[in-house]
Design a protein around this ligand. Structure first.
Ligand code: FE2
Ligand code: FE2
Length: 193
């Protein structure tokens, strides 16, 4: 098989995802990795960081709440225990470090925070947040607009667009997580034109 991604361990990660993820989530993670490769230069991250974070960010997405709770206890995770939607990020990050031996802390941290973002987040995290929302298998109108903005106005403007769109969508249904609020405020200051 010809390697699809220019990263030594990509085939190993793809095989793991094949075992663990339903088809739709598998296709999404491949698409996020492709999107991250597309933005890697513009975001200032390496191909290795792009592919690793993109492929592995939803490794724990299909886990049931009780499995996530057990894994969180195993890894000593104490935040977001009441929210499986958020907890799949911290649990995947801990698993990447402990079981896959991923040592790039920017990659682990991007996966850790991908459900909310955080103030002062690294470029890998920012690229993951953008790509998770804007990858081409996402069918909402915001995804296509995010990709168009990337081409038209560059990475930082497109990221601000994604943050604003995602948070206004989340606000309609849930109380916003404090880390999401902090991420939006920080990015607004950091990337204001
Ligand atoms: Fe996720
Ligand atoms: Fe995702």
């Amino acid at each position: 098989m010809v390697a699809k991604f220019p990263v030594a361990r990509a085939d190993e990660y793809l095989a793991l995802l094949r075992e663990r993820l339903p088809e739709k989530t598998y296709a999404h993670t491949v698409s996020v990795a492709e999107m991250m490769l597309l933005v890697a230069d513009r975001a200032g991250i390496s191909a290795e960081q792009a592919v690793t974070a993109g492929l592995l960010h939803d490794l724990c997405k299909p886990m049931q709440p009780d499995e996530l709770a057990a894994a969180a206890a195993e890894y000593g995770i104490t935040e977001d225990l009441d929210s499986p939607n958020l907890l799949h990020g911290p649990v995947a990050a801990a698993e990447c470090r402990a079981k896959l031996g991923i040592e790039d802390e920017a990659v682990v941290d991007a996966i850790r925070w991908h459900t909310t973002g955080r103030a002062g987040w690294s470029r890998v995290g920012q690229a993951l947040y953008f790509s998770d929302y804007g990858e081409p298998l996402r069918t909402h109108a915001g995804a296509a607009e995010a990709r168009a903005m990337l081409e038209r106005e560059g990475f930082e403007a497109a990221l601000l667009f994604v943050i604003e769109n995602k948070l206004s969508h989340v606000r309609k249904r849930f109380t916003l997580h404090p880390s999401s609020e902090a991420f939006a405020e920080w990015a607004g200051r950091e990337f204001a034109s």
